[in-house]
Structure formats: structure tokens, C-alpha cells
Design a binder for this molecule. Structure first.
Ligand SMILES: [Zn+2]
Ligand SMILES: [Zn+2]
Length: 411
């Protein structure tokens, strides 16, 4: 009798809790379909495993790789909460978490990683084999990167929190710079490491989006002798000149390979592809829409790099390439098959490194450079706006509007 009553009581409490939970919703940036995101009410995240924490997002960023989904150029289905570049304050802590407590200020690598698979053990946290079965690598808020919700929202669940969180000093100092530790600063740095840049070497970086600019900035910090940055957006090229001491190369004004070789007097030592598969072919006519998919040639930057870099040099390719592209210019590219000048690559004995960044490989040291004033990548941030302005900022960023380089959202 007593047991039955307590069971009934339990069920009533549970029912009431479910109701409260139902009411616990928050604002989030939700993908609706090509070129359309909206602020929607979604369920607040909960602790699902005892090594999770929940954070209140203080800053989350819009990324160039979000645009691939935004433009309908991935298999992303409507309903995804975007946002893989996240930082915030811990508000709930799972029972098994040992290194974090409520109130801690943390930034998360965009990679979700377990910490104990073979790849994680070897430092390749971008290729964790546990967090996203059937695929190497997981991320928040990204198609095919596992079940993890994005952080362009008020709150976020962080799995394997002890492993994934990077603690930051208390307060709100360096908020913009620290937010960039989630992806673009480490990813730009990774581009130069994939190219094995050495002090005193010359380097060409294709793409002056946020990652390309961070690669140029990393090359400057690492002591490159000459840095060339290729793009078509003047305001971005100016940032490369002003903050990275780079030579700006506008590919709409002539063949970028010729421009670089002319200016440098020879091919350069190293190269970085910070463009990826949605690359614009400079041979095509800009017409009314500079980013018309009809202008794309997914192999063009790789082939330009093969021409730009000297024999036995090395290419770093953090720019995104995909195994399937629903909007590809041709059938081969739709399956991720590109017309690369492999014969030329072989003839020159070029080495190359590919793949997404293992953020944990660099984020601690880059954080400390920020704290000590050795690095301040916040110059790349053009906008810090409320979450509710995300739809408008996605549109402007997608247009590569002059002056819109890196958008930070503040829920
Ligand atoms: Zn990103
Ligand atoms: Zn792992």
C-alpha cells in the first residue's frame, strides 16, 4: 500500500517535472532550407551523460563552413541548430565531471572528441572514432558530424566535458579573441602546420575569409619571410595587409599564380588552401553575381597551389572538401571527385596535408599567447550582435559583403 502510494506520488512528480521541462525552451538559430535560417524556440539541453556539462553561451560565431549548409550545398536537413564555435559559462555539471565546476568560463573546440579512442590518444581529435559512428570526427551543429546540437542558442550541452573544455581566465577579457579559439584561429594555424611552414619561408594563402586571414596571421607569428594572400574582396585583402603584413593578390585582376611569381621572383616555399570546394575560377566572368555557382571549379585552388609552390614544397589544405555535393557544377564533383593536376604535383615532388583541424592540438598554446599579449586575433571580428540578428547576418556574410568578415553572436 505504502509502496503503491509512493509510486503514484513519484509518477505525479515526474509528470509535473516533464511539464516544467516542456516549458524550458530557449532561442536557437535553426536551418529552414537553402538561404533560410530563423530564430526558433527549441528545448533546452539537459545532462544526458554524467560526463556532460551545460553552458550558458556567451559568444558563438557564424563560420564560413556554416555557409555550405546555409547555401544548401550539403545533405543538411531543415531543423538543425547551427553553431560549432562556442564559448560560455558552465551552469550544470554531470556527476562524473572532475575538472569543471559551475561558473567556469570555457571555450569548446568545434570538434567533439572522446579522448580515449586511438585517434584522440594520438592527438587527432578531429578524427575521433567514438563520437560519430561510421565517420571519423564529430562537431556541434553540423551535418553528418553526429547528434550534437549547435551553440547558436542560449545554452549548449558539452559531451566528454573534461576532455573537450578549455578553461579561460575569469571575467570577460579577450572575449572576441577567445571565441576564435573554437575554430578559425587554430584552423588557420593548422593550415600553416599542414604546410610545415618554417621561419624565413615564403607562403601563399588562397582565400582571405576568416580562416585564410588567420592562416596569414599565424604565418606572420611563425616568422614567414613573405606572405601572399589571394581573394577578391578588397576589405578582406586590406585586413591581410594591415594585420598580417601580407601582399594582397586580387584574382579578379589577373592570374594569381602569375601575380605571386612575378612579385616574389619565383615560386613560393609553401601554400595554404583556405577556400575549399566552392572555389571561384578566375577565368570565368563575374557578371552580376561574383559567387554564382556557375563560376565554381572545385579543383581550381588546388591546381593554382600546385603551380604557385616550388618543387619539393608543401601544401596545407584545411579548406573544406566533401565526398558529396548536391550543388556541384558537374557529376564528378557531385561525388567529390576533382580534376587535380596530379602529374604536375608528382613531377614537383610536392607534399600535402589535408583535413579538419584538431583544435586541441593548438588551442591551449594559442590561448596563452592571447593572455600574454603575443597574439590578438580579434581584429578579424567585424560584428558582434544579438542572436536575433543571425538571419540577417547569415545573408550578409553569405554575400561576402564588404566589411563583413567574422560575425559573433551574443545570445
Ligand atoms: Zn567554424
Ligand atoms: Zn576519440
Amino acid at each position: 500500500m505504502e509502496n503503491r502510494d509512493s509510486g503514484k506520488f513519484y509518477n505525479e512528480v515526474r509528470g509535473a517535472l516533464d511539464e516544467v521541462r516542456y516549458l524550458m525552451t530557449m532561442d536557437a538559430v535553426v536551418y529552414q532550407g537553402p538561404h533560410d535560417v530563423a530564430i526558433e524556440e527549441v528545448d533546452e539541453p539537459e545532462i544526458e551523460h554524467e560526463n556532460d556539462v551545460i553552458i550558458d553561451i556567451t559568444t558563438t560565431c557564424i563560420c564560413g563552413s556554416d555557409l555550405h549548409m546555409y547555401e544548401g550545398r550539403t545533405a543538411a536537413d531543415p531543423g538543425i541548430v547551427f553553431g560549432h564555435e562556442n564559448m560560455g559559462t558552465v551552469t550544470e555539471v554531470g556527476d562524473a565531471v572532475t575538472t569543471l565546476e559551475e561558473g567556469d568560463r570555457i571555450v569548446l573546440p568545434f570538434n567533439v572528441a572522446c579522448g580515449f579512442c586511438r585517434n584522440c590518444e594520438n592527438g587527432y581529435t578531429g578524427f575521433c572514432t567514438n563520437v560519430n559512428p561510421g565517420f571519423a570526427g564529430g562537431a556541434y551543429g553540423y551535418v553528418a558530424m553526429g547528434p550534437y546540437k549547435g551553440g547558436q542558442a542560449e545554452k549548449l550541452r558539452v559531451p566528454f566535458a573534461d576532455f573537450n573544455a578549455l578553461k579561460l581566465p575569469e571575467g570577460d577579457a579577450h572575449e572576441d579573441s577567445f571565441a576564435l579559439l573554437a575554430d578559425i584561429f587554430p584552423t588557420g594555424w593548422h593550415g600553416t602546420r599542414l604546410a610545415n611552414l618554417q621561419p624565413g619561408e615564403s607562403i601563399a594563402i588562397y582565400g582571405a575569409g576568416p580562416v585564410g586571414l588567420m592562416a596569414a596571421y599565424s604565418a606572420k607569428i611563425q616568422g614567414a619571410s613573405e606572405i601572399y594572400v589571394v581573394d577578391r574582396v578588397e576589405s578582406r585583402l586590406e585586413m591581410a595587409e594591415d594585420h598580417c603584413d601580407a601582399h594582397a593578390i586580387n584574382f579578379e585582376e589577373g592570374d594569381p599564380v602569375e601575380q605571386i611569381v612575378d612579385a616574389h621572383g619565383d615560386e613560393v616555399d609553401k601554400g595554404v588552401d583556405a577556400v575549399g570546394y566552392q572555389a571561384i575560377d578566375p577565368e570565368t566572368d563575374p557578371g552580376d553575381d561574383a559567387y554564382d555557382p556557375a563560376r565554381e571549379n572545385p579543383a581550381v585552388v588546388l591546381n593554382q597551389l600546385i603551380e604557385t609552390v616550388r618543387p619539393t614544397g608543401q601544401l596545407g589544405i584545411p579548406g573544406l572538401y566533401v565526398p558529396s555535393d548536391p550543388g556541384a557544377p558537374d557529376e564528378m564533383a557531385a561525388q567529390g571527385r576533382l580534376g587535380i593536376d596530379f602529374g604536375k604535383l608528382f613531377e614537383k615532388g610536392l607534399k600535402l596535408g589535408t583535413g579538419q583541424c584538431n583544435v586541441k592540438e593548438y588551442n591551449r598554446e594559442l590561448r596563452d599567447m592571447i593572455i600574454e599579449g603575443r597574439a590578438d586575433p580579434s581584429w578579424v571580428v567585424s560584428h558582434r550582435v544579438g542572436l536575433e540578428r543571425a538571419p540577417e547576418m547569415y545573408e550578409k556574410f553569405d554575400e561576402r559583403e564588404e566589411g563583413v568578415t567574422k560575425v559573433l553572436l551574443e545570445p
